[in-house]
Each structure stands twice: as C-alpha cells, then as structure tokens.
Design a protein. Structure first.
Length: 547
C-alpha cells in the first residue's frame, strides 16, 4: 500500500483550521434594544456545547497567520544569509588538524615524499601523549640541514620533481583571514621592494588593520641614512594607496626595529590574533624568530615558544600552512602564514638548486659600469647580470653610469652589443649563472621578454631612476654630469640634446621590470635626496615610520 503524501506545514494548519468546530457565542443581554426580536430559546445545557480551543490549537492558528508574512520577508534576508554562508565556508578553511610546527603542513603517515610526513610509530606516540604540536615533519628536517626541497608548483620551470601545493591553493588557505578579527603584519623585502610588495593585500586582510614592516635593512650599503629610506618607503606606500597604521624598518639579523614593532603590536592587538603576511621569502619566519627572541626577556610564553619556531630556508614555499604560535602572555596567538607566490619574480623561473644564489648574505656593494671616468662609455655595449638579465645600452651620454645592487654571486659581464647573442648562447650556464651547469642551461627558458626604456635626465647631481628587476635587485641610472674636455665626447653630448638614455632590458618570462624613483642608498644619498613638502593635513594623514 502506498504511503500517504506528506503535507506541508501550511496545508496541515489549513486542514486543522477547517476541521475545528466554530464556537457558538451566547447573545449579550446588554445589547438588547427596543423593537428588536430576541430569541427566547433555552440555553444549551452545560457541557453540551463545543469545547474551547486548546493551547496547541491556538499555537497552530498563530503559525498559520504568520506564515504569509514570513514568506514576504524572506527575499529581504537572502543577501544576509548568503554572506553568512560565505563566511562559514571561508572559516571552514581555517586549519584545525595537527600540523608540523616547522612548515604548517598537516601531519600525515601515508606519503613519505610529501610534506607533513611523520613515521607512523612517532605519530601514534605523540598523539597518545597529546604532543602533536611538537612534531617536525621529514621535509622540514631536510630543509634544516640545507637541502633545497621545493613543495610549491610552478617554481623552477624544469620537468621532474613532485609538486605538492600550487600558488592558488596557498592563496585559498588564507581566504578566511578577511572574516577574522586580526592584526595584520605585512612584510616587504627592501632589497626587492617592488617585487615583494604584495598587491591587493586587502583581498586577504579585509578591513583588518595593517602594520607595514620592511625587512633586511641590514643588507643596504654602508652609511645609508635610514631617515631617507623611511621617507622613501612611506612615499611609495602612499602612491600605492595602501592604508597602514605605520611603517617599521627592521633587521631580523641585528634586531634593529624589532622592539618598535612588538610595542605597536601590544598596543594595537586588543585581544586579536596576529598574522604575519607577505610574499614568499621576504623573511617572515626569520622575523618571527627575532620577535620571539626579543619578547623572551619579559614574556615567559614567548620564551617557551622559541623551542618550536618555524623553519627558515631559502626555498620558496617553506611554510605550507598557517603555523599557530603561543607567543603572548596576555592572550591571543601569533600566526606564521604561507608566503604568497608571485609569478613575476626570478625565483619563479630558476631551478631550486640555484635559489640560494638569489639571496644576499651580506651588505650590498655598488658595482659600477663604467668603473671610472677614464673607461669607455656605455653606448653600443650590453651588460649581462648573471644569466638572468641583459641590458643593451642603445644610446647614452658618455658620462652615464649604471650601478648594480644585488646578490654578489651573480657576476656582471660587459660585451659589445653586436657580440651579445653569441656570447650569451656560448656562456649561459658557464660564465653566466644562474642557471648553473650545462644540464640546467639546456632546459633554461631564456631571456624572452624585451622592454624598451626611454629615461629622461632631470638633474645631473642625483640618479635619474632605478630599474628594479623583480626578485633580484635594482640598477641605478646615474648621469654624472661632469663637463667633458674631450672634443669627441662633447660632440656626442651635443648630438644627444634631448638628454635621454635609451635602454633595452631582457629578462625571462614572466619576470617584471619596474622603473621607480631612486632608492637613497650610500653616503651620498643624504645629500641629493629631497624630502616631500607636505601641508599640516597631509602630514597628519601620512603614516609614521620607525626604526
């Protein structure tokens, strides 16, 4: 026998309302009026009339009356319900499973070659004693001993090797942040300011407050005035229209500026969790270690957290998931987040074995071409910066100088432009490294992108601009502006009356080239750098910088 069809709530309520007997009300004697007929029939005996509605009947009647109104209001709440669903989905991405304290990868015992692998016996023992937060996975142990093990897809451009996490997946892991009440610490590498400046940071942070931290200022050339650097950074941030609480110049190695960041975090935290955010290899894990080391003098919780701090490595994608750190005595947690991988940096195209060559280990030193005034001019020559960059000088004043700032391991070679193609094909992987070795050179993508630059000389006593190569460093264009006593050079200067420099820059695809105002580094920079003239209102709105 088929089951009877199920009735909706409105159908059941309607059925009940129709089936209930209607109560018979006795006439009101006070309402009698002259000339009106009144029934003289005897009243219904007690107990023989219809029963009064029960409490359940009254409730069903109320629900039946309210249901049409609820149907009318539902469309108005649809958008609110949709936003709540999106928030729940985003928060569901927040990691809750046990993870490696070194890289944040979820612990697993199935795939020995994948991040997060722990021997089953070790996993069971730690789980039994509730110590999974103290476990370091096999990949992190190798990284801590200097092995270069990539785990992020899209890096190297070479076939082979197991790819574990894509850059899009890393971005997705951070999507829940916009729904959290958090304090965001955004890190930017001063050596690769444009390449490591994470654009659209509000996609991750939402409306949460942001403190901008500039890392690796200890790598800037000697005698650099940090007052000039701070003003330059603030001006760049204002032009990028990023609203931040403040700017801090720091060094995780020498601990310069770290105390100031900690003080502002304690002031602005207000019970919120703190997230360290930035692109890959800007020094997030090193900065957290410096923070814990500084806080440990006064905070016993931070002192205990030093034992289980994130792994530091030159490999992009060392951190694969948010790492929770108990760092504050007054409550709230510190999170190291996966580095956001930017496809336009040099690290995205070179082999994993060559990555250490991109990381400067000591102060940058200016390498100038030509080295002095007596050397031949640059016009008609090409300069190779390792095997990663080629700069053809199509036209330049005889007194023009190009000054390179970047890793010392990348050698600079200058050859006539007419011989540049043959020189590169012959020496890439040998003299021009990275890529290092003929085997890597065979799979090398080459210098596929060419950008024409027309640079206008404005003043002879300061650099015209910087040419920043994403993920590598920058080249300062410096017109020396000294009058020439050589008739041939004077004639060439007269021919170039426009005062323009024409360069042709070659880089691998999709590495980006940025032309920016010159970064004031070195002793002479404090003489030519000009601070911005601001009104009182602009000064009030402008973020303050500290070091």
């Amino acid at each position: 026998m088929a089951a009877p069809p199920l009735l909706s709530l409105s159908q059941r309520l309607l059925f009940l309302s129709l089936s209930l007997p209607k109560p018979q009300l006795a006439p009101n004697p006070s309402s009698f009026s002259p000339g009106r007929a009144v029934s003289t029939a005897p009243a219904t005996p007690e107990g023989a009339g219809p029963a009064a509605p029960s409490r359940g009947d009254r409730f069903l009647g109320t629900q039946l009356a309210a249901e049409p109104a609820a149907r009318v209001l539902a469309p108005e709440d649809a958008e609110r319900r949709r936003r709540r669903r999106e928030k729940r989905k985003a928060l569901a991405r927040k990691p809750s499973a046990a993870a490696c304290y070194g890289c944040g990868a979820p612990l697993q015992t199935a795939d020995e070659a994948a991040p997060g692998y722990v021997h089953p016996a070790t996993y069971d023992l730690k789980k039994r004693h509730h110590q999974l937060r103290t476990v370091l996975c096999g990949r992190c142990k190798l990284l801590s001993h200097g092995h270069m093990i990539t785990a992020v897809g899209g890096h190297g451009g070479y076939p082979g090797g197991k790819q574990f996490v894509s850059a899009d997946q890393l971005r997705d892991k951070l999507s829940y942040l916009r729904h959290e009440k958090a304090l965001i610490i955004k890190l930017v590498d001063i050596v690769d300011f444009n390449g490591s400046f994470l654009a659209r940071v509000r996609d991750f942070a939402g409306a949460n407050p942001i403190i901008l931290v500039i890392t690796k200022v200890d790598l800037l050339p000697r005698d650099t005035d940090l007052n000039c650097i701070g003003d330059w950074v603030v001006e760049a941030v204002v032009k990028k229209k990023l609203n931040v609480l403040s700017v801090h110049l720091t060094s995780s190695k020498s601990l310069v500026g770290v105390t100031g960041v900690i003080s502002e975090i304690q002031q602005e935290k207000k019970g919120r969790d703190v997230y360290i955010l930035g692109s890959a290899n800007v020094g997030k894990s090193a900065f957290i270690s410096a923070m814990l080391r500084t806080m440990a003098y006064k905070d016993p919780v931070a002192a205990a957290a030093q034992k289980y701090k994130p792994i530091q490595s030159a490999v992009p994608g060392t951190t694969l998931g948010p790492i929770q750190i108990e760092a504050f005595l007054g409550g709230g947690k510190l999170y190291d987040t996966p580095g956001v991988h930017l496809h336009h940096r040099q690290a995205a195209v070179i082999h994993a074995d060559d990555l250490p060559s991109l990381a400067p280990q000591s102060r940058l030193r200016a390498r100038c071409f030509p080295a002095n005034d007596t050397d031949v001019g640059l016009s008609g020559n090409s300069l190779f910066w390792g095997g990663l960059v080629r700069i053809d000088v199509v036209k330049a004043l005889p007194r023009t100088r190009l000054t390179f700032y970047g890793p010392k391991k990348l050698k600079i070679n200058m050859v006539p432009t007419t011989e540049a193609d043959e020189f590169y094909e012959r020496e890439v992987g040998v003299t021009l490294t990275p890529p290092a070795g003929k085997e890597k050179a065979e799979g090398w993508v080459g210098l596929q992108v060419v950008r024409e630059l027309q640079i206008k000389y404005e003043e002879s006593d300061r650099p015209a601009c910087d040419i920043a190569i994403s993920g590598l460093g920058w080249v300062a264009v410096e017109p020396l502006g000294v009058p020439s006593s050589n008739p041939d050079e004077s004639a060439e200067e007269e021919d170039n009356e426009s005062g323009e420099l024409h360069l042709r820059v070659h880089v691998p695809k999709p590495v980006e080239i940025f032309v920016r105002p010159p970064l004031p580094v070195g002793k002479a920079a404090s003489q030519w750098y000009r601070y911005q003239e601001l009104t009182e209102e602009e000064e009030e709105l402008r973020p303050k910088w500290h070091y």
